[in-house]
Design a protein around this ligand. Structure first.
Ligand code: ADP
Ligand code: MG
Length: 674
């Protein structure tokens, strides 16, 4: 009998090779499969007459074969079968590639349900590479489409979902029954079941809504729970005396902007109180947040307290380490770098130094909040570019300074629309850096179609000849098979690019690489060893290569506006005029706003309106988002759950403790709460 922990490996027909492929999707156990949600659905039960089916989206038609099929062989072993099939509204030519066996089943007079994109050429219709099912009354109306990786098929995942049905049947509601009843949302088991084995569009939407409701509620309850424990703390107040902080400002190679000065004053003001600071600094890319963070860190160190700065990626942690190292050079700060790829020996040294207080400042990834990292007197925690688990991580760090709560500063380059910010950071003070340092250039932004690819490459070559560098961003790491999408992947793009511009040296960077590899690539690019960096969005935040002047984004339609704005911020960091080119096959109104403005807040508002909160914090498919289910239509749901969370908190969160911890653990923050 299958249970939650049964390895997928033990399921009928899953061999070792398949199990390894499933692992690439993050699936090891039956429970993982039960909780893998389809990313979309094919509503094949919604039959459309051929004449009405023309368009970009695939449609379901019911067609009867009305000619004899022809099988042809092209060069290089390619074969194709063509046949005509019709309904009352017209006749279509269906083309199948490399499926010579189709010739046999396409018997004149046979009826099929046909799924594919219908194009019109004059009076005839064309469907290329359709999916055929012999027509019958009891074909399934809705087919789930799961995320895939090379070598996996939808059939396999649909079958696995069936196999783990007993596990789905065991799912219990995390929240008290009356909440589901009162708000008329279906229970978790029913919803998960509906998403794997859907009957209708309405049912899918209801199930999604139910899970979004649950998720939004649990998220907000968790925040409240964590805040509740945070607010109780007291902090060690700091003071200006003997800090010599003025010398630090004088030594800077530039003078601070008014905005920077104001924000620093606000922060120092907070630091001098015994109430733990809880402040977010919001400033667009390049607005100069690092120096603000550095000033706060130095202030803490000069007050004999330790400080920690946490970055979301190793690349960024490394960069901060270098920048801070330079800024602190003459100021007596013992600075250390602690990330996942720090050697065991070095880790040991740093942990000892943090415990005995000889290391006064540490920069790192979430390695710095692991259970076994002990601080002697942690007084200030800075989280950079990190809003995903900001609050939870703050709580984890708060635990690290026995008795007192460290002051906490969050640096965010993503301007967050008010509606969201209220939920996420309702308890925080916000400082906005509303002006960029002087002399910042406007990055020329163009939205171009595939037909301009040649011109884009010419332009790129010219910039490179001038000694400049460029980023090229692709949405995927590797080609995904089985999906009929044409999204570019870093892996295949590299080959394509080498053909188009063979004289240009390009490096690749993506999230599947090891920390060390990534750093080596980034460093090589920074030092100009290659002109082009082909990358996924891992370069999104904070990376600083002043010589890079071109940001070329492939399949720009795959990204959110805020994300594109962030990517654009990677260029225009030096003295040279810089450009952002958004390449997209589908002409997109949506992206136009990026050509019109560089105002991060305006872009963020537009982004929220377009995509909803679920996508706001990063690509959902890559698991970067806090939300799995919540999306566009859910702003009313946010409101509903916010009110409910407030009510429940008033009554007491105690009875919900299990639900909250279950939710937090599922977020992957177990290292924080265990
Ligand atoms: P952010 O982290 O906000 O994106 P950074 O802190 O990386 O921005 O700053 C971007 C660049 O601007 C850095 O090279 C930094 O040295 C420079 N910079 C910061 N403040 C000023 C200023 N007041 N005048 C001139 N340059 C500045
Ligand atoms: Mg920064």
């Amino acid at each position: 009998m299958i249970n939650r922990d049964t390895p997928l490996r033990f399921i009928k027909g899953v061999g070792e090779a398949t199990a390894n492929k499933l692992l690439r999707l993050g699936l090891t156990t039956a429970e993982d499969m039960a909780m893998l949600f389809p990313r979309r659905y094919e509503y094949r039960g919604e039959i459309v007459p051929l004449a009405d089916a023309v368009g970009n989206e695939p449609c379901a038609t019911v067609l009867t074969v009305c000619s004899a099929p022809t099988l042809r062989h092209g060069g290089k072993g390619i074969s194709y079968v063509k046949v005509n099939a019709c309904d009352e509204s017209g006749t279509a030519t269906l083309t199948f590639f490399n499926q010579p066996w189709m010739e046999k089943s396409l018997v004149s007079g046979r009826k099929f349900r046909v799924w594919g994109r219908v194009e019109r050429y004059g009076y005839t219709f064309q469907i290329t590479a359709p999916v055929l099912e012999p027509y019958s009354e009891d074909l399934p109306d809705v087919l789930p489409v799961y995320p895939l990786t090379k070598g996996l098929t939808q059939q396999l995942l649909r079958r696995l979902a069936q196999e783990v049905k007993p596990v789905i049947d065991e799912i219990e509601n995390p929240l008290p029954e009356e909440i589901y009843e009162k708000h008329s949302v279906m229970g978790r088991k029913e919803a998960v079941c509906a998403l794997h084995f859907p009957q209708s569009r309405e049912q899918v939407e209801k199930a999604r809504r139910a899970l979004a409701f649950e998720e939004l509620l649990l998220f907000q309850l968790s925040l409240r729970r964590v805040r509740g424990s945070l607010n109780r703390g007291v902090a060690i107040p700091m003071g200006y005396k003997d800090t010599g902080i003025g010398k630090f400002f004088k030594a800077l190679p530039f003078s601070l902007t008014d905005a920077q000065e104001r924000v620093i004053k606000e922060i120092f003001g907070d630091l001098c109180r015994d109430v733990p600071m809880c402040r977010m600094v919001q400033g667009d890319v390049g607005s100069g947040k690092t120096v603000i963070a550095a000033a706060a860190m130095l202030f803490a160190v000069k007050n004999s307290l330790q400080c920690a700065m946490m970055a979301p990626t190793e690349i960024l942690a490394n960069q901060h380490y270098t920048t801070l190292g330079n800024l602190f050079a003459d100021f007596g700060v013992e600075l250390a770098l602690l990330t996942g790829s720090t050697s065991a020996k070095e880790k040991k040294r740093i942990k000892a130094g943090l415990a005995d207080g000889s290391i006064t400042a540490v920069v790192g990834t979430n390695a710095i909040i692991q259970k076994d990292v002990i601080y002697k007197n942690l007084g200030l925690v800075i989280t950079d570019e990190q809003h995903r688990f900001g609050v939870l991580q703050r709580a984890a760090l708060a635990d690290k300074s026995k008795g007192t709560t460290p002051h906490s500063l969050v640096m965010s380059a993503t301007p967050i629309p008010r509606s969201l910010s209220l939920i996420l950071y309702g308890d925080m003070d916000v400082s906005v850096i509303d002006k960029l340092p002087p002399g910042r250039q406007v990055i020329e932004t163009r939205l171009v179609g595939e037909d301009k690819r040649g011109a884009v490459y010419d332009f790129l070559s010219k910039q490179i000849e001038k000694g400049r560098q460029a980023y090229i961003i692709c949405p995927l790491v590797e080609d995904s098979e089985g999906e009929a999408d044409d999204k570019k992947s870093v892996e295949s793009y590299k080959a394509l690019f080498a053909k188009a511009l063979p004289h240009v040296k390009a490096l690749c960077l993506h999230g599947r690489m090891k920390g060390k590899e990534k750093d080596a690539v980034m460093q090589a690019f920074e030092q100009g060893e290659a002109s082009v960096l082909i990358s996924t969005t891992v370069v999104e935040v904070g990376v600083n290569v002043p010589n890079a002047t071109v940001m070329l984004i492939e399949n720009a339609e795959c990204f959110g506006l805020s994300q594109l704005h962030q990517l654009r911020g990677r260029v225009g960091r030096g003295e040279h005029k810089s450009f952002c080119i958004l390449l997209t096959e589908k002409a997109s109104e949506r992206l136009q706003v990026l050509c019109e403005t560089t105002d991060g807040f305006r872009i963020a508002e537009a982004d929220l309106a377009q995509r909803g909160p679920g996508d706001f914090f990063g690509a959902r498919q890559s698991g970067e988002s806090v939300f799995v289910h919540a999306s566009n239509a859910d702003i009313p749901l946010i409101e509903e759950t916010r009110k409910l969370a407030e009510e429940l908190e008033k009554q007491s969160l105690m009875p919900l403790e299990n639900a909250i911890y279950g939710y937090m653990n599922a977020l992957g923050s177990d290292n924080i709460f265990n």
